[in-house]
Design a protein around this ligand. Structure first.
Ligand code: HBI
Ligand code: FE
Length: 285
């Protein structure tokens, strides 16, 4: 059944994927035949460049989990990754044609199914692609699904998302996803490190988020985070720093209903808003 695609942010181009091949829940088969030798070479070069940048910038949990992706010299088969992922944390990745609406997205996460876009950027988009492609989803999101605490958080996020939709609080919850799963930092004895997929899959933002003096790095606080708008097509001005993945899971375990009521009474904050006397982390050396 043809399903209506969704477009992220303010892009005016139609979505890239072929949504006519998606089922009612937006999932489709990974169309492995679509990949040309040039696509596999683009993936190999993206993986090689990004993996070389990780030491001193990515968190240890991500670096330790990355080899679970398997193939580095070509686009992996999702079934091969699932052969390792399902026994590890009960998660599986499922192919989707691209971005999908929030309720189908939350529903898949709640079922421990992570949607992975199956098309790859073109060589001319090597440094930046507007919509998440298979490299962003596989390299950025999938390794930490092998981490039990983080994997439990993503499922809890999916379950919370379905509730948020009923409460009309999707915007607040998508900020939580954005500032943790996509652009989160975590503190370590050696300084802040990246765990967010949007950072880990970006050649430029990985060093920027951890080492640049420009952005502010504030302590993770759900209320502060949910008040803060985010930017879709440029580096973040504010990053939120966890003490541990357990902190993220514990902070999002309680029922968010009172939190949504409270945060909707407070003024929103711009992505670069500076709030007086809040703890800021220094850039890592
Ligand atoms: N769809 N395929 C896909 N991948 C995402 O990461 C994604 C999405 N739809 C919506 C979305 N993320 C965000 O708005 C979440 O905060 C819901
Ligand atoms: Fe993503």
């Amino acid at each position: 059944m043809a399903v209506a695609p969704v477009v992220y942010g303010s892009s005016d181009r139609p979505p890239r994927g072929d949504y006519t091949r998606a089922a009612d829940d937006y999932t489709c088969e990974q169309d492995y035949a679509q990949y040309s030798p040039a696509d596999h070479d683009t993936y190999r070069r993206l993986y090689e460049r990004q993996a070389a940048l990780l030491p001193g910038l990515a968190c240890d949990e991500f670096i330790a989990a990355l080899p679970n992706l398997g193939a580095r010299d070509r686009i992996p088969r999702f079934a091969d990754i699932n052969g390792r992922l399902k026994p590890a944390t009960g998660w599986q990745i499922v192919a989707v044609p691209g971005l999908i609406p929030e309720v189908p997205f939350f529903s898949l996460l709640a079922r421990r199914l992570f949607p992975v876009t199956d098309w790859l950027r073109k060589p001319e988009e090597f440094d930046y692609v507007v919509e998440p492609d298979v490299f962003h989803d596989l390299f950025g999101h999938v390794p930490l699904l092998f981490n039990p605490v983080f994997a439990d958080y993503i499922q809890a996020y999916g379950q919370g998302g379905l509730k948020a939709e009923r409460l009309g609080s999707c915007e607040h919850l998508s900020r939580l996803y954005w500032y943790t799963v996509e652009f989160g930092l975590i503190d370590t004895p050696a300084g802040v490190r990246a765990y967010g997929a949007g950072i880990l899959s970006s050649a430029g933002e990985l060093a920027h988020s951890v080492r640049s003096p420009e952005p502010q790095r504030v302590a993770f606080d759900v209320m502060r985070l949910m008040r803060t708008r985010y930017k879709i097509d440029s580096y973040q001005s504010t990053y939120f720093v966890l003490k541990s993945f357990a902190e993220l899971f514990d902070a999002t375990a309680p029922d968010f209903t009172p939190l949504y009521a409270q945060v909707s009474q407070q003024t929103e904050l711009a992505a670069d808003a500076v709030v007086a006397d809040e703890h800021r982390y220094p850039a890592a050396a």
